[in-house]
Design a protein around this ligand. Sequence first.
Ligand code: SF4
Length: 354
Amino acid sequence: MTGYGPFSTEEWIAHFPFSKEAREFLEQQGFSISTFFEFENKVVERALERVRDAVEQGHVLSPSLESGFKYDFEVETLSYPVAIYLVASLGNRWLIERYASAESKRVFACLQLKRYPAEAVLQLARGGLEWKWVTYDSVLKAFKVPVIKYVKYAVRIGGPAWKLVNQRVEEGVVLLSYEKFLRFISEGVRLRILERCSQPAPQLETDVYKKSIEYIRSLLSQTMKPIAPMPKSVDPEAFPPCIQQLMRSIEEGRHLPHAARFFLASFLLRVGVKPDRVVEIFSRLPDFNRKRTEYYVRHIAGEKGGKKAYLPYSCERARSYGLCSMSDVCRQLQVQHPLQYYIRYRRAKRRESE
Ligand code: SF4
C-alpha cells in the first residue's frame, strides 16, 4: 500500500475507515463482523466508545487528533464497521442519524486538521465514497462536481453559502474550493453511513453482542427524554399539518434541513412557546448543538442580532421548500399562512364548544 506524501497509510486508514485502502485492509483480514462478538475484545470496546461519543457529544473523537491518546490502528479501523453494525441492528432512527452525523464531523475535523494534499482528498472521494464523477483542476485549484450531484449533497448542508445560485458553475459543473470540498465529503460520509445502517444487521445470540446492545440502550434512555407537553396557553391540536409533521420528525429523531428548522422555530415562538422550550424541543435533533441552537432560536425570536422577530413562512413559501403537508382542513379554512390556520382552527374549536 502506498502512503500519501508524508502521511503513513496506517494513519490514513484509521482516520478514514471507509477509504478504498481501508476496504482493502479489511478484506485482507477476512473477518466477518460476528467474529468480534464471540469474546470480549478491544474492537467492540472501541466501537462502543464511538457510539457513546456520538450519543453523548454528537461527535466521534479522533483519538490521535482530538482526544490526544494513542490509538491502535487495527482497533481503530475494525471498530468502524462494528459500530455501524451495532447502530444498524438497533434500528433506532435517532441513533442512526446521530451516529452518521457524529462520524461525519470526525471525518471533517480530521481533514481540516491534517490538510492532506488535494490529490489525496480526491482519492478519498473517488475511491472511498466511489464518487467517480469528481475531478480536481490543479490550475483553478478547485474540485469539479456535476450540478446534479452537487444538489444531492449540498441540499442537506443548507445555508446561503451552499445554495446553487451562490456557486461558481461552468458547463454543468460546480467548482468547489478545497475548504468547501472537505465539508462536501463529510456530508457524503454521513449519507453513506445512513445507507449502510438501513441494510439489515441481524441480531446475534452471543453475550458480548447482547451486552453491547444493552449498553447502547441505556445510553439512549439517558439521552432521549420524551418531549415535554406544550405550555397550557399553546394548543398543539391547532398546529397545522406542516408543523405537526415537523414535530413528529423531531420526536422520531430525524434530521431536519435548515429551512424546516427555521419554519418550526418561528412558528412555535409566534404561538407563544418560550425560546428555552424551543431549544429543548430541538435537542432531539441528531446534530443538536446547544450553544448554536440557543443563538439561532433567540435570533429568530428577535432577542439577538438585528432584534427582528421573524414570521414563519407563508404557505406558498413553505410549499416551495417542500414543507407543506396540505390537508382538507387547510382548504376548508382557506389559509395562506400557517398562523392563520392556528388562529382559525382555534376559533372554530371555540365556536363548536359554545
Ligand atoms: S397549506 Fe399552509 S398551513 Fe396547511 S400544511 Fe400547507 S403550509 Fe401548512
